[in-house]
Design a protein around this ligand. Sequence first.
Ligand SMILES: [Zn+2]
Length: 568
Amino acid sequence: MAEYIIKNGHVFDPVQGIKGDKKDICVKDGKIVESVGASAKVIDASGKTVMAGALDIHSHVAGPKVNAGRWYRPEDKHFDSHKKPGITRIEGGKSIPTVFKTGYEYARMGFTFVMEAAMPPLYARHVHEEIHDTPIIDEGALPVLGNNWFIMEYIKNEEIENTAAYIAWILRQTKGYGIKSVNPGGTEAWAWGLNCTTIHDPVPYFDITPGQIMTGLMKANEYLGLPHSVHVHQNDLGNPGNYKTTLETLKLAEGVTVKNAFGREQILHSTHLQFHSYKGTNWGDFESGAKEVMDYVNSNKAITMDTGNVTLDETTTMTADGPFEHHLHSLNHLKWINVDVELETAAGVVPYIYDPNISVCAKQWCIGLELALFAKDPMRCFITTDHPNAGPFTRYPRVYAWLMNKQYRDERLNTFKNADKIISATHLGGIDREITLYELAQMTRAGPAKALGLSADYGGLKAGMNADIAIYNINPDNFPSTGPEIEEAFANVAFLFKDGKICVEDGTIVDMGKKHTFWVDVNVPENKQVMHDIREKFLRYYSLTEANYPVPESYAPHQHIISVDASQ
Ligand SMILES: [Zn+2]
């Protein structure tokens, strides 16, 4: 493989504490190395910003609900579809792009890893087929387990060992990365037309509460010592007053001890916190709860979070939170899908227009930005749009511009309809902070890599780490003074290295690289009880046999397997 030396760039690397110093980065055999030979190709990065490849910790990019969105919203393709010259295929869709466009667009923005945030175990094959077809970027997927019958029964009986053994089995069957919990207990309650909007609501027929499910999942996660923590979408998403349930959920982590394998420190990752930081009692008196929520997050190292920034676009919402999607449909009366997934989960899809002239949308926009601007530890706060729920991931450059340029976001804020009412219901107008390039590298590289247990190889530029490198046309000595200039610079990298190969040059895809599927293989002691329970439930309840459940090897040809030994 070719050797490279990236010369004279301004390097931003939280792993080594480098804050924009000029430093050469050497690349050999897919890794960052201390030095290379005289024949190494020289990349002139003078006047440019050099960071590690970015990681998206939460995005919906592959699997049955994404595909359902694609086929039931053909209009999405009218917003943005094109063929660019070169080696790429046609790129279709805006909020629910094709798998090809997904890979290309992430790479053009400097991303090298994306976590698919919700994989129904029963449909894991579909998720992996789409992951395999997505070019360039590495991906993993989190199986949804917060409404799973096995899990609820084991946790109700306080059988943490059995819960853990079942999770280890699921990760191996689905080639999954970690534990996702969506509206714990509430999605199962939806099968009876009900919901769990607090962590104390009983789940019908299971004699358990969302709080118990969450505590049990966190204990099982730490029993196994998985690379990532439990990843939660809390109860009562999207409703005024929900910040109280959010705080109660986050506090559950206080009772659990982290098994500090893989360098992560958190016990709970709270996702798209924007949707969970609402004060008020109805949509009339709805206001920001970002301050209360971030005061708690700032004081507790056991929590990491991502923002879920509203981008003020038309989009397609999709979540395993079945009752929420029905609720959203009843608010906006647009078409909807709702699906039940046997013993495991549910899902819904509803289009949504975040109209800047509607005060609720404007306030949601403020709250998402406030979360990042209130964050005292950028290593525990990550930028997402919960793609496509709060907006398409292709809007990241605009979100960065709002965070990095107060004037740009104030222009937006002050031109909302009834701006004075929006300003008084939120905090954003009073915040002067502008996120720096170093903080952005923490929020999009080193931070998410650490939270995913990948910090030994990803999210930094230290010798020995994987050579995933993004070079941007940004000169920190002459930082772009306007929002649109910042946006433009982050939308198209000057260069993207993936595994030591140049995949993007001047915003053009030049190589498809070799994408990897990341999953976690846990070794646990043989558990006869759990294997018996699995056999019995497949015979009694599942619509397919146990033999047809696992994801075959051929579905994920390039695997990056992280082995965990939980048997000692
Ligand atoms: Zn999500």
